[in-house]
Design a protein around this ligand. Sequence first.
Ligand SMILES: [Fe+2]
Ligand SMILES: [Fe+2]
Length: 287
Amino acid sequence: MSGSSEGTVDGLEVYVLAEEHASGMFWAQHGISFLLKVHSGGQVHEILFDTGNSWEPIEHNLRLLGEDLSGVKAVVLSHRHYDHTGGLKGLLTNLNREITIISHPDLFRPNFVLPLREIGIPFTRAELEDLGARFLLTRDPIEVMSGVVTTGEVPRTSEVEREMTIETYTVDEDGRLVRDPIMDDVSLVVKLRGGSVVLTGCSHAGVVNIVKRAFEIAGPVRAVMGGFHLISASEERIEATVRALQDLGVEQVITGHCTGLTAECAFRKAYGKGFAQLAVGKVFRFP
Ligand SMILES: [Fe+2]
Ligand SMILES: [Fe+2]
């Protein structure tokens, strides 16, 4: 694994394992988990992106899909919130082997919302390492495999995304509660010949900032899939976000989780057939 991002992959399938909506007999939950099947050089490589807040619904959904995670090469965690990391212990117990887990150095830093409630990763590093986790925590982009790269820490440059949509806190060296901008929010970029697909967790870095970062790292972005955290954003910000993604050349938006109904409707209206709602059990294919 390195920081470079040479090459493209031949195809991508994304299985939605955790999300707030579900189709048929699948189980929904608060959180995100995607199984990626990356087609490259005649082989299929499996990567897990986030683990929802609990493992049991994921296990149930995998069974219904006729899939398992035994072949997963690496886990990428978008950030430390419990609704993206809470399934980790169940996953590791189920895998019963060593596995690389890629994320940001702030993964185990406490994170709170007010009234005071912990919303960070609900496990210690040691207990996860005992179960086989091998952490690769970095602020830089990491190539998970040729053609698949993380954004690393995302610069917060976009004007419309100055307004934070979630106020969170952490503790400083003196034990004081201080604002936490969730700099650990990283996304995953899969490079395909027709443009990249970007997978986001909650987009706490701002989905426009994330797409800009993906563009810098890997060129044109054709699709963005995941939570955009616009649930409490102003209508002005939502409209500006839709326009910015269109201006950046994004052709397809697949969203749910923390995006919120108002923003989902705005994307549906602007994107038409290029919009899709996330739902557990759905499989999205990108040739
Ligand atoms: Fe989330
Ligand atoms: Fe989050």
